[in-house]
Design a protein around this ligand. Structure first.
Ligand SMILES: Cc1cc2nc3c(=O)[nH]c(=O)nc-3n(C[C@H](O)[C@H](O)[C@H](O)COP(=O)(O)OP(=O)(O)OC[C@H]3O[C@@H](n4cnc5c(N)ncnc54)[C@H](O)[C@@H]3O)c2cc1C
Length: 462
């Protein structure tokens, strides 16, 4: 049934949210059930945006904000015959009566909109500490294209010389790099004692060294007390002392699921306050689906629901929700927690569980770290690759990997993603017939070296 036209239904399928998950759901539903009426309500002005490109728009790597729109509203409306209503805020959901209360922000009028099937794809919103709302100009967060345009305009108009980025997760790192590319003196401030809290200490230290080599200041174990200035931001006060000059402050302090509509409608809630869904993206209410950053996913190693909001997941969950809303029977199997980021040429990725996470999940987890060349030793270019492999000492099952290096990290982490999904052991992994030629890897690829080292530490293996 995959991908087929499954339904001659002419039901009204309504979607809340017009980004990755919402527009994937809309497109998939229309493709499978062309006679359905499909309506998308989007509170903002942008739809189908490639948010992942926003830090690169700030840094000037991407020149036009319009390049970060996948499909235009006209194409959705005219070619795909999907009714996209921007600046329409859904205020509440009445699951029993199957209707929504919607505010048309253009004229301030409220109206009732019926639905047969519903998909909540309301995404997530930045979690910003209260003191960030100082009322000062020059204090920002980055979530939507409009935020990026605002920051770019501010930089052009006020020519800030110093910037503080708060939060050293993947978004904070991308922001620090891109603001530094513009010539600003950047300090990255992090409350924890390491950058990228979910990548492990060794690789975190590599990232810290890379930042410092590229002139980005790093303040770890530092809590922001206040943003100071008269009308505009001028300085960030750090609790315990050591204020930092900041003509521009960008908060990258995490996100939370926009799940309030679902909560108020009585839907069951799941991991980290996101909407609970099953593997068909069904919520606890009949005919109501959820997809993307507003809902949870199942972790394929632990089997537990998790909140791991990323663009790839939003697209996949949206497709599944859209297909199933019009009569399909698709499954979203889950996630293994894969993430990748590039920081000034250093590629850093993780998948699966860290050793600490694996122990917490009940595995007898061990980890081994190796360093090897990314190319054959005699071949010019390349550099060192660090591979940390996490595995179960009793069964040999691979549970996670973290990799950093100057090149080839994406390909290497993706091999681990496949292996973890297939529940492979380190012995099976070590036998994989991976591609080899000198410009790409040594004869023994770093991931094979790591799995061989791990293999020697599995009980019963020698
Ligand atoms: C700067 C940045 C960089 C990123 N980089 C990466 C990356 O490199 N790799 C990766 O995998 N992911 C990345 N992501 C994450 C990825 O972009 C998100 O996971 C993805 O956009 C989630 O899509 P979504 O449709 O679920 O939610 P969102 O993109 O949050 O969209 C939800 C939409 O719903 C609308 N909405 C909310 N409430 C209502 C309402 N009541 N009525 C009407 N509309 C409503 C919102 O206005 C919004 O437009 C990045 C995100 C950002 C912000």
């Amino acid at each position: 049934m995959r991908g087929e036209e499954v339904s001659a239904l002419s039901e009204r399928f309504v979607i809340i949210g017009g980004q990755a998950a919402g527009m994937s759901a809309a497109s998939q539903a229309k493709r499978r059930a062309p006679k359905s009426e499909i309506v998308v309500f989007e509170a903002g002005t942008d739809i189908s945006s490639l948010l992942c490109g926003l830090p690169y728009f700030l840094g000037g790597v991407v020149e036009r904000i319009d390049d970060l729109t996948v499909v235009s509203r006209d194409e959705f409306t005219d070619k795909r015959r999907i009714n996209v209503q921007i600046q329409h805020d859904v205020l509440s959901i009445d699951v029993k009566e199957r209707r929504l209360r919607v505010l048309d922000k253009k004229n301030g009028e409220e109206r009732i909109e019926p639905f047969d099937k519903l998909c909540i794809a309301a995404g997530a919103h930045p979690t910003i500490p209260e003191m960030a709302a100082s009322g000062l100009d020059g204090v920002f967060h980055l979530r939507m294209p409009a935020d990026a345009v605002r920051i770019r305009r501010y930089i052009k108009e006020h020519e800030p010389r110093t910037a503080v980025v708060v939060g050293a997760g993947y978004l904070g790192l991308e922001l620090a790099e891109n603001l530094a590319l513009l010539g600003l003196t950047v300090t990255l401030v992090e409350r924890l004692s390491e950058v990228m809290g979910n990548i492990g200490r060794e690789i975190g230290q590599l990232v810290a060294q890379t930042l410092s080599r590229n002139g980005v200041g790093l303040r770890l174990d530092a809590d922001i007390g206040a943003v100071d200035g008269t009308d505009r931001a001028r300085c960030v006060r750090v609790a315990g002392g050591g204020d930092i000059d900041a003509d521009l402050v960008v908060f990258a302090t995490g996100i939370a699921p926009t799940s309030g509509l679902g909560l108020e409608a009585g839907l069951a809630m799941g991991a980290s306050g996101s909407i609970r869904v099953d593997d068909r993206q069904r919520t606890s209410a009949d005919g109501v689906f959820a997809a993307g950053d507003c809902c949870e996913a199942r972790h394929l190693i632990t089997g537990e629901p998790v909140y791991f909001p990323l663009g790839t997941t939003a697209n996949k969950q949206g497709r599944v929700a859209g297909a199933n809303a019009v009569g399909g029977d698709e499954i979203f199997h889950g996630v293994v927690g894969t993430q990748i980021v590039r920081v000034f040429g250093l590629e850093v990725a993780r998948t699966g569980l860290t050793r600490a996470e694996a122990i917490k999940a009940g595995f007898s987890a061990m980890s081994k770290t190796i360093k090897a060349n990314s190319r054959a030793n005699y071949f010019p270019g390349g550099g060192e690759v660090f591979v940390k492999i996490v595995f179960d000492q009793t069964t040999g099952r691979i549970l996670g990997a973290q990799i950093a290096g100057q090149e080839g990290v994406k390909g290497r982490i993706d091999v681990f993603v496949a292996a973890i999904t297939a529940k492979m052991s380190v012995s099976e992994f070590a036998d994989l017939d991976l591609a080899y030629a000198p410009p790409f890897s040594p004869v023994w690829d770093p991931v094979l070296i790591a799995s061989n080292v791990a293999k020697r530490n599995v009980r019963g293996e020698s």
